[in-house]
Design a protein around this ligand. Sequence first.
Ligand code: CA
Length: 229
Amino acid sequence: MFLLLVEDEGTLAESLSGVLVAKGHRVDWVADGQMALSQLATTRYDAMVLDLGLPYLDGRGVLEALRTDQKFIDRQDLPVLILSARDQSIDKIAALDAGADDYLSKPFDVNELEARLFALLRRRLGKTGTDLNWAGIRFDATKRIFFCENETLNLSPREHAALLALLQAQGEPLSRQALFERVFADDEDALSVDAIDVVVYRLRKKLTPLQAQIHSVRGVGLYLESIPT
Ligand code: CA
């Protein structure tokens, strides 16, 4: 998942994004509400993890802007999970009323946070159950394993991150740059975007015996599609 984390506690934000990146997600972190709105205006995320008590503009204000401002019209259904120290039910109700999809009180378990984010994503895609499906490939979000016709796919961590991003895109093309940023999110070294081609090449080889393949459209990007039998 490509996540926007809005959290003003630096220590918490750093440890949380560290764990999420290690799990193969990409995280942009901002520490105040105004920065959150700038990020939302320029970048397409899969979900936002939002603290309530924030400088300049609080979490409630961010949520209201996202859900009502014309500027966000094409992304106002972004799944939002509220993260807050305020565990009183009145705050939860206010946040849910303002358009939050879910709510976690601090302290929380990162695995639970991840599972809830996957659930929000599936709900947005109109899927039920615990799996993410596309082109005959199934991702078991609990076990973090890909299946195709009940066979497990053995993937390297980078292939795993690439396939997850393609599965989440549900057939919509992802640019090489977007895929690169998802797959190499944990790599501090300045790598060229070309590094993604090697990952895609290996992934294509592993998908070759299956009924799904990664297609590319020049200048647009890569997408996953099932092969007609
Ligand atoms: Ca805070």
